[in-house]
Unconditional design. Sequence first.
Length: 255
Amino acid sequence: MSRKKGIVAVLIVAGIVAGVYFLIRIAPVLTTDNTGAEKVVLLHGFGRSDMSMLLLNSALTEAGYDVYSLEYPSIEEAPEALVEMIGKDISNCCKDGAETVHFVGHSLGGLLLRDYLGRHRPENLGHVVLIGSPNKGSELADADFGIAAQETLLGWAGPSAQALHTGPDGYAASLPAPDYSVGVIAGNRGNHMSDRWLPTPNDGVVSVASARLDGMTDFIAVGVTHWDMRSSPIVAELVIDFLRYGRFNHERESQ
């Protein structure tokens, strides 16, 4: 076998193994019906879809929760319109009010959940987990950030991205402090580029300092990037810990 064919064969085998592993991880979503169990409303971040939360959805389903992973047009609409959209979806999925309802949001999704819960408090509210959410805003959205074509880039990103800037007039600063049980997970595995742009430590997009939230119940920082949080088994375990006990297992912090 030639070297080129050998490399192709290895890549094919690696692709098959990765595909099988992925199917194993999402199997609970495909095979499990948790109707009647405690609910979890799952909300993705900016520029993503509900599919980006599939692995976390699967872990929560396997843990016994009835998961509702919502989708919203994060690039097209401003935060206020997005909150109205997700509010309708939450009302539809949780209108019976019989089971406890928890909320988990990644990045922008966490801010939208905070906004929603500040306006509409379910009587059966359980716990809330924010994953990599810029609770003090994002320096990447600041007008004086210092990158070429910053204004153009923000224009392409849409009104929600533009609203994420830091400071007292930013969207994050407008949100009420939580008076419910909320755990915050931050990532601290940035890179040499993000360390030039953001306060350290950071996850490549959101600094640990920005993720911290006044009034939070518990906080933990783990060695993952902003993008890996959605698929990280450790983050999934932390989310499940908080939903069950209202606290993180801080022994996982060193994993």
